[in-house]
Design a protein around this ligand. Structure first.
Ligand code: SF4
Length: 379
């Protein structure tokens, strides 16, 4: 065991009580994923940046601060937003299709994406939002007729202790939990996910190509994402899907796409769903065009050639590659338009009605599929 492991073990697995103090409004709660270093510094292990923070310093995400030699999660008990979404918007296509998901976020993020569509939330470095106890969130989800809670819009691993407390209560109430994550996590975060997480969609951008992620995201490399995926696959039963945002001109390399598809096939298997998402100009990349559909189709082709059975295009409503096709007879088994499902051709075991081949979707079609599934949620 390395010194780092023993230090971490002493803190992470200690029985010492977690500190909570009051702030002006709401709770200020001690984080769990960190360990102390010499000279009053601490090292945060909630994401692969591993910020080392001196007294009073706040991590790059803007929500974790060293106060008196302890790390505090400043956004604990503070949600910035809530919304009801179809699960397909995450995007998640192979886990409880047709469900309604209560989507929540805090402020802050560990990435600095220049194209972020949620930059008002993610790049905000001020702790703002509604005060709410974790146990109240599942009640709100149930009151809205949702079957699950998604931690989304900003990176959820940075507030994972808050998500865990909501998520454990959500399980008690029969709800499932989904992370929409950039995957820039650590073995500690994956370990904590096992306590409450049922499903995760991990979003690559520009296929994780190094020069793109350095310039447009502000991370040195995508390596920690691959390590996180490997860790999730090896050590958990969490349902996993992959997305890849294809950014025209700067994040659309077909070579990188080949490498990513091969890695997914070799390490996560041929049944791993992969979604190629269309970029829309936003935030600091307003001068870029939307991704040409032909470029997305080329990425889709590469995934299929690599042997991936379930590849999709996202943000292109009406495109035939939104549907799920039977891997045997190639007939449509789930017909979609945008985030809606308008045809279901699977039997009760999720076998193709045409040829009987099994399609790896967890859960049947939810009755809420025909409900209104886009609604603002009020606290
Ligand atoms: S979660 Fe925040 S404080 Fe912790 S390592 Fe990541 S960016 Fe730094």
């Amino acid at each position: 065991m390395s010194i780092l492991d023993s230090e971490r073990k002493n803190v992470y697995w200690s029985e010492s009580p977690i500190t909570t103090v009051r702030r002006d409004s709401g709770i200020l709660k001690e984080a769990e994923l960190y360990f102390p270093q010499n000279g009053g510094k601490i090292k945060c292990t909630a994401c692969a940046r591993y910020c080392q923070l001196g007294e009073g310093q706040i991590g790059l995400c803007g929500i974790r601060q060293n106060i008196g030699g302890k790390l505090f999660l400043l956004s604990y008990g503070k949600l910035f937003t809530g919304h009801i979404d179809p699960i397909e918007k995450k995007p998640v296509m192979h886990y409880h299709p047709g469900t309604k998901i209560y989507s929540v976020a805090t402020s802050g993020c560990n990435w600095l994406c220049r194209y972020c569509q949620n930059y008002d939330i993610s790049q905000r470095r001020k702790i703002e939002g509604f005060d709410i106890e974790p146990k109240e969130v599942p009640k709100l989800a149930l009151a809205q007729g949702c079957q699950g809670i998604a931690y989304t819009y900003n990176e959820p691993t940075i507030f994972i202790e808050f998500a865990k407390d909501i998520g454990i209560e959500a399980h008690r109430k029969g709800l499932f939990n989904i992370f929409v994550s950039n995957g820039f996590a650590t073995p500690d975060t994956v370990k904590m996910m096992t306590q409450f997480l049922d499903c995760i969609t991990v979003d690559f951008k520009g296929s994780g190509e190094s020069s793109f992620v350095r310039k447009y995201i502000g991370i040195p490399s995508a390596d920690p994402i691959f390590e996180t995926l490997f860790e999730i696959r090896k050590k958990t039963k969490i349902h996993l899907e992959i997305t890849d945002l294809i950014v025209p001109q700067v994040g659309d390399s077909l070579e990188a796409a080949k490498k990513l598809s091969k890695w997914v096939y070799d390490n996560l298997g041929p049944e791993m769903p992969i979604h190629f998402l269309r970029f829309h100009p936003d935030y600091k990349m307003i001068d870029f065009p939307s991704t040409p559909v032909k470029t997305l189709e080329a990425h889709h082709r590469i995934a299929k050639e690599a042997g991936l059975m379930y590849a999709y295009l996202g943000n292109v409503p009406g495109h035939p590659l939104e549907h799920t096709y039977c891997p045997e007879c190639n007939k449509i088994v789930v017909r979609r338009y945008g985030f809606e499902i308008n045809g279901w051709y699977l039997d009760r075991k999720n076998d193709c009605m045409q040829c009987g081949a099994h399609v790896s979707i967890e859960g049947g079609l939810a009755s809420s599929v025909s409900d209104e599934r886009y609604l603002p949620a009020y606290f």
